[in-house]
Design a protein around this ligand. Structure first.
Ligand code: E4P
Length: 220
């Protein structure tokens, strides 16, 4: 499963790239606003640090505006993916961008039919927001399973990015549902490594190692 970082924070992106598990980055206007940097400064830097796809979101409301924004964003770097909200105007733009060879990530997805429409319009990625659905009293991961079945039934090549992930169990469930990608915060990404039994076991091994007799020449 590919792991994307859901942030616009350059330090976080650099750090996860150092861990060798960074497959891509998803940004949104909220993430960008938290950095205090202009998109003109920020976006090229993110695209240079992350070798994989970097989603940059459009903010226009009409199809023509979204297409124009998408064209400009796509010029920033080869790994740019244009992120477009799943609304009628957005999907018209997605279809046009697809014909121009510009990849899109259709975002703010909350229903299987929205996901089907995005695939029909040639979206490269669909982003169901599982955590926001959970918070509204729905089972967010059910949506991921529905999308997976629909995409498999019709062999749509659109990849599923499970988004609005709140904890590691969401990542496990996304992998078990067969989603190709999960995008998550730095904190959740960091938590993927953790297990108290690993810490305890490592501590015990180190303690026991101290009791092992060492020959002079041996360094450890
Ligand atoms: C995904 O691409 C979005 O940026 C992200 O997951 C938004 O979710 P949240 O704001 O609910 O965390």
């Amino acid at each position: 499963m590919k792991l994307f970082l859901d942030t616009a924070d350059l330090d976080e992106i650099r750090e996860v790239a150092r861990w060798r598990i960074l497959d891509g980055v998803t940004t949104n206007p909220t993430h960008v606003s938290k950095t205090g940097l202009s998109p003109q400064k920020l976006y090229p830097e993110i695209c240079a640090i992350c070798q994989g796809p970097v989603s940059l979101e459009t903010v226009s409301l009409d199809a023509a505006g979204i297409v124009e924004e998408g064209r400009q964003l796509a010029k920033i770097a080869e790994n740019v993916v244009v992120k477009v909200p799943v609304m009628k105007e957005g999907l018209i733009a997605v279809k046009q961008l697809a014909t121009e060879g510009i990849r899109t990530n259709v975002t703010l997805n909350f229903s299987p039919l929205q996901a089907m429409l995005a695939a029909k319009c040639g979206a490269a990625y669909i982003s169901p927001f599982v955590g926001r659905l959970d918070a509204a009293g729905h089972y967010g991961m059910d949506l991921v399973r529905q999308i997976k079945t629909i995409y498999d039934n019709y062999e749509y090549p659109t990849e599923i990015i499970v988004a609005a992930v709140r904890h590691p169990v969401h990542v496990v469930e996304a992998a078990m549902a067969g989603a190709q990608i999960c995008t998550m915060s730095f904190d959740v990404m960091n938590q993927l490594y953790d297990h108290p039994l690993t810490d305890l076991g490592a501590e015990m091994f180190l303690e026991d190692w101290k009791k092992v007799p060492q020959d002079e020449a041996s360094s450890s």
